[in-house]
Structure formats: C-alpha cells, structure tokens
Design a protein around this ligand. Structure first.
Ligand code: PAF
Length: 291
C-alpha cells in the first residue's frame, strides 16, 4: 500500500494504479463500516484508493473540528489489511484549501432538508471536497455507506450533474451486535449513553414492523417512531422523517417506497440512522451494494 501526503504524490501514484479503481473517501477514525467499503472495492476493482481527510469545510463553527478523533497510523494499518492499494492523507488542510481558495460545489434541493436543515453549511463542504477528491483520484467506482443515506443521495446528484464517469456503490450499514450503527461518533458516548443508543435501531425496527403489518400512513409511522424514541430518557429527537427517497420530501402515504431517517441526540452526541421501506429495499433503485 502506498501513501500520498500531497496532491503531487497522489497524481504520480494514481498514474500507476491498475484500472478500474475503486475509491473510499473517509475522515479517518476508521471502523468496520469503512472497512466493509474497502473490502467491497477490493473485491470488485483492480485497485482501491482511500482518502483520510478531516474536512474542515463540512464542520460548522459550533461543531468541534479539533475534537474529531484522529489516529493516522492505526487507520493506515486497517486500510492495508482491508486491501487498499493507495491512501491519500493530505499533510495539512492547506493542501486541499490553499490560501486564496474560493471555489464551492453546491447541490441544491435535497441538501436543504434533514441533515441540511440542522447543519446548513455541511453539504457544501462535503460536495466540495468529494468533487475535488473525485477529480484527483479519478475512480471508476466510489463507495459510500447507507448510514449516511442523505449524503449518498447528494453524491448521486453530484455525480450525475457534474458528469463524473463514476459508478456510485452504496453499501449496507454495519452494526454493533445490539443494532447500533457503527460511527466514529460512538466513541463520544458515556457507558450509560452507549446503553441507550440502540433505541435508534429499535425505532427503525418499529417502522419496519408497522410497514409489514400494512401501515402506509407516513404520519402514523413518524409519530409511533417519535414516541418510542422519546420514551428513552437520554434521547432528544432532532428529527424522525418518513420521506420520498428521491426528493427527501416528507410523505403522507408510503407508495411505494420511503426513507425513514432519524437524528437523535444521546447526551451531547448526535447520532443518525435510517432504513428504507419496504424493508430490505436498496436506497438507490439500481445496483447499490456489494454482492
Ligand atoms: O462520510 C464522510 O466521512 C465524509 O463526509 C466524506 C465523504 C469523507 C467527505 O469528507
């Protein structure tokens, strides 16, 4: 596995990668969720590139960028074992955003709902850095996790609108044995908060079982899910959404599909999770996961 710390090193190492190249962008602090994407790419592509960059432009001033967990050596050894061939870990923020940097990539519409409503500048940072990484790495496939479903939908729009010749693969959420979706943020939870956190998965299970019992009223599912979350004393619900998976507009009736998304604060830690109805259906209607 080769490591590039600058854009010029990345360009020269990328030139010798066998194609097709699969790409897994990350902010480090890796867990099984990231590694499943790397393994998926390793199975499907001749080479796999990953990036590790805690992207400052997707953090609001109120969000603690400096507290984001970082351990480059640990991350590199995990990526190597999972099958990555090239890792781009810019040596500084200035490598990606040098003095005078003034260009932003903005996807409108779906970025304004859900996470975008709570974090108004977040997706502009994500789409800007991902567009830059796509231009630098020039992958044929890019791998994202379904845990960040809205991010995956925004990247799908970005790829289509900017004519990137990249196939987006959305891989299933990897969970702890008690159902909590893996996330770098789980390390912020105290033991009591960690015990409370699987309430998100239980709320999604409830949405799925209501759907299986024939419930098609989005409002009924929203209110039952919200009530279950509110019954957990450590949880504060930011949103419980039952939306159209294409537009992210809130639905009245589920016909035929819905994205159920949750954002819940457990103590100071904000967790997100989601499921697609009918249960088991993919987020994007074409091939979206590693077979
Ligand atoms: O999902 C993430 O970790 C980040 O949003 C991404 C895609 C690496 C962009 O910084």
């Amino acid at each position: 596995m080769r490591l590039a710390r600058s854009i010029s090193e990345l360009r020269s190492l990328r030139a010798s990668l066998p194609e097709p190249v699969g790409f897994v962008p990350t902010m480090g602090s890796l867990h099984e969720g990231h590694l499943s994407l790397v393994r998926c790419s390793h199975q499907e592509c001749a080479s796999t590139a990953a990036s590790i960059f805690v992207n400052p432009t997707q953090f609001a001033p109120s969000e603690d960028l400096s507290a984001y967990p970082r351990d480059l050596d640990r991350d590199l050894s995990m990526l190597e074992k999972a099958g990555a061939n090239l890792v781009f870990a810019p040596v500084s923020d200035g490598e990606m955003y040098p003095p005078g940097y003034a260009t932003w990539v903005t996807v409108s519409g779906i970025t304004e709902r859900l996470e975008g409503a709570s974090r108004p500048t977040h997706f502009r940072g994500v789409t800007t850095v991902v567009a830059k990484l796509f231009s630098l790495v020039r992958p044929q496939r890019a791998y994202f996790g379904q845990k960040d479903a809205q991010q995956a939908l925004v990247i799908d729009r970005l790829i289509a609108d900017l004519d990137f010749d990249i196939e987006l693969v959305v891989a299933p959420t990897v969970r702890e044995p008690d159902g909590l979706a893996m996330s770098s943020r789980n390390t912020y939870l105290s033991p009591a908060e960690r015990r409370a956190a699987p309430v998100l998965r239980r709320a999604l299970d409830l949405a799925e079982s209501l759907w299986r019992d024939g419930e098609r009223s989005a409002e009924e599912i929203r209110s039952r899910v919200t009530a279950l979350l509110r019954a957990e004393p450590l949880a504060r619900v930011d949103y419980a959404s039952v939306a159209d998976p294409g537009t992210l507009e809130e639905l009245e009736t589920i016909s035929p599909r819905a994205l159920v998304s949750l954002a819940v604060r457990i103590g100071k830690t904000r967790l997100i999770d989601n499921t697609v109805l009918p249960p088991g259906s993919p987020l994007l209607e074409r091939r979206t996961s590693c077979s």
